[in-house]
Design a binder for this molecule. Structure first.
Ligand SMILES: O=C(O)CCC(=O)C(=O)O
Length: 310
């Protein structure tokens, strides 16, 4: 008796074999191409098991509709207000923050006058919100909301959730290629943490031109791939991992309310922002009770920041 399904036939036609990732993913009743972000997306209103299965198999899952406007709105408003204050720093260097040429102007400034820009200013010019902004409790709304959902508990196989503090809030100006983080695994940047997952939260519409992130699925579980110096060069990033042999998927479209969850070893990189819009996002590192941190973290059940000496 022939028991093969339409999908089996499709996979067979494409010459799939078990030693390489399939070119298609079956999501419920739909078959999607692996090279599209859709293959790694699951709805927050769908089964938790589907989200967790994607995370375990691929090392990445986009959860659509994970955060309501009531959570995203105040965070976006707060960071947009902070951008208005940061615009004064840019003005000091003759750059108008919302000018579509701002990214190119920052690049020119940092290339030509590296010695005249302090490390703190350089950090902000590269698209990082200052520490005082990142420490705001307004940003806690996102992890607190996610801690009320089952996903992260299931993915991390934990009953308690903690998140590294402070999170990284970023703005990527149009054309600011220097704000693009080269291919990396988050374990290389977070030696103070035991096992964790990364949650990347877009606060604006993400399409191909605005960029967002590209991921290299199924790299979780391969251990740390970076072998070079751990000291970050002047732009703050360690040298990119060689991804020439890895499958690459660009994660778009995404919208505010969606979140991307990646394993701590999942290779990913930022895409350049080629749109005329500022890209706004925030990223968190969550861990469970079986893990640890030697730096500050937020205990989400107690709503309390735990300091290393506590
Ligand atoms: O937002 C970005 O451009 C990069 C984010 C990232 O690399 C991370 O969250 O680890």
């Amino acid at each position: 008796m022939n028991t093969s399904t339409g999908t089996d036939n499709l996979l067979a036609t494409c010459g799939e074999d078990a030693s390489v990732p399939p070119r298609f993913i079956i999501l419920g009743a739909i078959v999607v191409l692996r090279t599209s972000a859709a293959a790694f997306c699951a709805s927050a209103s769908g089964p938790v098991s589907q989200v967790a299965a994607l995370f375990r198999e691929e090392g990445v899952v986009c959860i659509s509709g994970a955060l309501p406007d009531s959570v995203i709105g105040p965070v976006t408003d707060f960071l947009t207000g902070a951008l208005d204050e940061i615009s004064q720093l840019f003005a000091k260097f003759g750059i108008e923050l919302r000018d579509p040429r701002a990214g190119a102007q920052v690049e020119g400034l940092l290339d030509a006058a590296a010695t005249k820009v302090s490390p703190e200013d350089r950090h902000v010019l590269l698209g990082h919100f200052p520490l005082a902004v990142r420490l705001s409790e307004v940003l806690w709304r996102i992890p607190l909301h996610l801690a009320d959902q089952p996903f992260l508990y299931e993915m991390l196989r934990t009953k308690r959730l903690f998140v590294h503090m402070p999170p990284v809030a970023r703005f990527v100006l149009p054309g600011n290629v220097k704000a693009a983080v080269p291919a990396h695994q988050d374990i290389s940047y977070n030696k103070h943490l035991g096992a964790f997952c990364v949650v990347w939260v877009p606060l604006v519409e993400i399409d191909r031109s605005c960029g967002g992130m590209a991921v290299f699925p199924r790299t979780q579980g391969r251990g740390e791939l970076f072998r070079g110096e751990t000291v970050a060069p002047s732009d703050g990033w360690i040298a990119g991992i060689d991804t020439s042999e890895l499958e690459r998927v660009e994660l778009h479209p995404l919208k505010p309310g969606d979140v991307v969850v990646m394993g701590d070893e999942t290779v990913h990189e930022s895409m350049p922002n080629r749109s005329p819009r500022i890209r706004l996002s925030i990223d968190f590192r969550f861990f469970g009770e079986g893990s640890s941190s030697s730096k500050h973290y937020l205990d989400l059940a107690r709503r309390r920041v735990v300091a290393p000496a506590d």
